[in-house]
Design a binder for this molecule. Structure first.
Ligand SMILES: [Zn+2]
Ligand SMILES: [Zn+2]
Ligand SMILES: [Zn+2]
Length: 284
């Protein structure tokens, strides 16, 4: 049996194993829901899944004909969803601790992968669902790129933002907070100055959750869909973008892995980016 929870602990759940699949999904829905480069899900028979707490406090967003995306209403983090047509529970692997008894088996929806992310492992890649699933993927409307502008939006599209100019840096963070907040193998964040950032719609729908014991750690999400969105922190002179929420290509690529001491055992780093065991050196 495995137990999991959202980032703030309001939504808790348990599932009887063993898990029957583990896949990393690159679809735009997963990227926007989690804010990460991709989302890794384990599946188990729905009959063995139960909510322990917080099921009445979730944001439920119907993202397609066959799926409703669930997020914690307090912290916005992605929590399990049910695939009723297949009697499966799909659980984000990021918050699950311990040995899951399974490792990622494939990449799916690589046809809609983020242009700034390169898959460097040798797992099988499927353009959409893996073989055996009759369902079709969903794509969001394409955003026309404008020169010098980076655009992004939440999962439901009610919130949108844009940035001008060059980011400060971009990194993959493997710390436990990021893994749990994103519900993913790791976070991929892009850092800008707040002066480069503006909301273009839906600013009234922005919700935030600050981890009580942390000095700074705050996540932002859409009140309607739970999708990850940027956190603007004037006190730190930073606007921090969850890279999965970006709609256009980026003027930057991931530059390093940080806090690799806390890497999840089921995710192997196979690219050649520099790795920092703890905090990275101060930005130049
Ligand atoms: Zn929560
Ligand atoms: Zn997906
Ligand atoms: Zn939204």
């Amino acid at each position: 049996m495995a137990e999991g929870s959202c980032f703030c602990g309001t939504v808790r759940y348990a599932v009887d194993g063993p898990f029957n699949s583990m896949m990393s999904c690159h679809c735009s829905m997963c990227r926007k829901h989690h804010g990460s480069a991709f989302a890794t899900y384990v599946s188990a028979p729905a009959a063995g899944f139960r909510w322990i707490s917080g099921a009445d406090a979730m944001i439920k967003y119907q993202s397609s004909a066959h799926g409703t995306r669930n997020s914690c209403g307090t912290c916005g983090s992605a929590v399990p969803m049910m695939m009723d047509a297949y009697s499966l529970a799909l659980l984000p692997a990021g918050p699950l601790e311990g040995d899951l008894g399974i490792k990622p088996q494939a990449h799916i929806f690589v046809g809609s992968k983020a242009p700034w992310y390169t898959i460097t492992d040798d797992l099988p890649q499927h353009q959409e669902f893996p073989p055996g699933f009759a369902a079709k993927g969903m794509e969001r409307p394409k955003v026309e790129p404008r020169s010098g502008v980076t655009e992004g939006s939440c999962l439901c599209g009610a919130i949108a933002y844009e940035l001008t100019g060059t980011p400060l840096f971009m990194q993959n963070c493997h710390c436990l907070r990021c893994r749990r907040a994103r519900g993913a193998a790791h976070a991929t964040n892009i850092f800008y100055r707040p002066s480069q950032f503006r909301w273009t719609r839906g600013a009234d729908l922005v919700a935030e959750y600050k981890l009580p014991e942390a000095r700074f750690y705050t996540v932002a999400f859409c009140r309607s869909c739970g999708g990850a969105i940027p956190k603007v922190a004037p006190a730190r002179d930073l606007a921090i973008l969850p890279a999965g929420s970006v709609d256009t290509d980026l003027p930057i690529r991931p530059q390093r892995h940080v806090f690799t001491n806390y890497r999840t055992p089921w995710f192997e780093i196979t690219d050649s980016l520099p790795q920092f065991a703890e905090a990275p050196p101060p930005a130049a």
